[in-house]
Design a protein around this ligand. Structure first.
Ligand code: ADP
Ligand code: AMP
Length: 225
């Protein structure tokens, strides 16, 4: 059995478009902690045309969640890779109570636990504008916003020069469905983690830099080194 008791696991919670991916990219660099995004892993599988990718696509294109068993197995495998030896910053997982329970169980086996859950809250009307202006790099996964966080050259990734694309599931009908799915299936995790004393509320309407500062300050204050 693997013992990872010193490892840190931070779960970023919040609706689609709250800024989880944006913050995870900043914070994972700052803390030198692996960024594990379930959505990115599904999109990568889709690109590679794996069986997992094909299965995930049937749910993703409708804005539905991929079934728990498949998602949990995928994350468990990801968290055992060498770059997660010191823990991980989880973005987009867990998204259901069953996923949260499975995460606790797998971490407990490794002598670890979820250390903090920054919950990034943003009003639903803002989410739609955020997602409709989101542009993503197909190579490195960096996310931009045409108004709030534009690349230096329009349509081109600052990091690697790739041509940015708009996610298929960011079209308005799918966004509405994703927000509904979030409210019914994922929002219960807010109380779940609050009861465990792990939740810290983060105002996601502030600037990207300010949100990052607030999350880092919460980690500094509440997660032991
Ligand atoms: P999530 O991973 O939670 O779905 P993203 O990090 O992809 O959200 O952010 C959604 C969109 O909102 C992106 O276009 C991103 O550039 C933009 N964004 C993220 N944080 C902020 C912020 N604090 N202010 C304005 N726009 C933001
Ligand atoms: P995201 O990149 O986090 O916005 O996720 C994009 C899509 O991938 C979601 O709408 C779901 O279809 C799927 N997905 C990502 N994470 C999960 C998860 N933890 N459980 C189920 N489905 C997920």
């Amino acid at each position: 059995m693997m013992v990872k008791s010193a490892a840190k696991y931070i779960v970023l919670l919040g609706p689609p478009g709250a800024g989880k991916g944006t913050q995870a990219q900043i914070i994972s660099k700052e803390m030198n902690l692996a960024h594990v995004s379930s959505g990115d892993i599904f999109r990568e599988n889709l690109k590679q045309e794996t069986e997992l990718g094909k299965l995930a696509q049937t749910f993703m294109r409708r804005g539905e969640l991929v079934p728990d068993d498949v998602t949990i197995a995928m994350i468990q495998e990801r968290l055992t890779r060498p770059d997660c030896q010191a823990g991980a910053l989880l973005d987009g997982f867990p998204r259901t109570p069953a996923q949260a329970e499975a995460l606790s169980k797998m971490l407990a086996k490794w002598g670890a636990e979820v250390n903090l859950v920054p919950y990034i809250f943003v009003d639903a009307n803002i989410l739609i504008e955020r997602l409709s202006g989101r542009w993503t790099c197909p190579v490195c996964g960096l996310v931009y916003h045409e108004k709030y966080n534009p690349p230096i050259t329009p349509g081109i990734c600052d990091n690697d020069g790739a041509v940015l694309y708009q996610r298929d599931d960011d079209k308005p009908e799918t966004v509405k469905r994703r927000i509904d799915v979030y409210l019914t299936q994922t929002a219960p995790l807010i109380e779940y983690y609050r009861l465990k004393g792990l939740l810290v509320e983060i105002d996601g309407t502030l600037s990207i830099d300010q949100v990052a500062k607030n999350i880092l300050a919460a980690i500094e204050e509440k997660v032991a080194n």
